[in-house]
Design a protein around this ligand. Sequence first.
Ligand SMILES: [Zn+2]
Length: 229
Amino acid sequence: MPPVQPVLRIVAIVCAAAQLLWTGPVAAAEPQAFQPDTPEAHALAFLKTLPREWSGTSDHDCHTYEDKNLEQLQPAFIVAAAAFLKAFVATHGIVTITSAYRSVDEQVCVCYGEKGPCAGKPVTVVTKTGPQVIKPVGMSRHQMGIAMDVRPGAGTEAEFMCLQEFARANPQFGVYFPIGRIDWPHMELAGSRGPAIKLASIGPPNAVAAAKITPCQKMRVMLTHDVLD
Ligand SMILES: [Zn+2]
């Protein structure tokens, strides 16, 4: 069993090459410094106030919830996610961010030990010449900067159901949970899945401030132990 770090490095190189072959060059994701007092700057500042920690569902804490990972999300998703989470927190209680933007290396790290499907997950193949080839599968929307993993309250199924219900009932925020119960925490920018994803064409949500908030029907407050008053 080779040490984990060299394997991660090899897989990362293969990932990077495959990414160029399959999807064309992806815009370099540098941490963004927004002009002060813009919607993007306010939205990013709000996201940074939310509690953040590792979900604990894979082998490693890959630290994909840090400031740098929020800063590299697409601006339209930063604005949409912040507006959505702000409304949810005000209505139902605390939300923790467990993952945001991921570099190729971070995506590979996240996939280690992940039991379910994971874009970029290494696959071992036996070839005629003997050595096993490890190659990545697909590309995560976390790598595109349009996905974030979030945990409502204590992370019970009822709380996740409420969070996803809240997104369906309030589409004005421009986020959704496209894989539902298969991956409860996984939130994306609305319109992120389809035959032709054109990030530049996905704008911030319209008329968010004017829209009425529809709360969850079954759950009024998250089951967190935190004091909410
Ligand atoms: Zn996710």
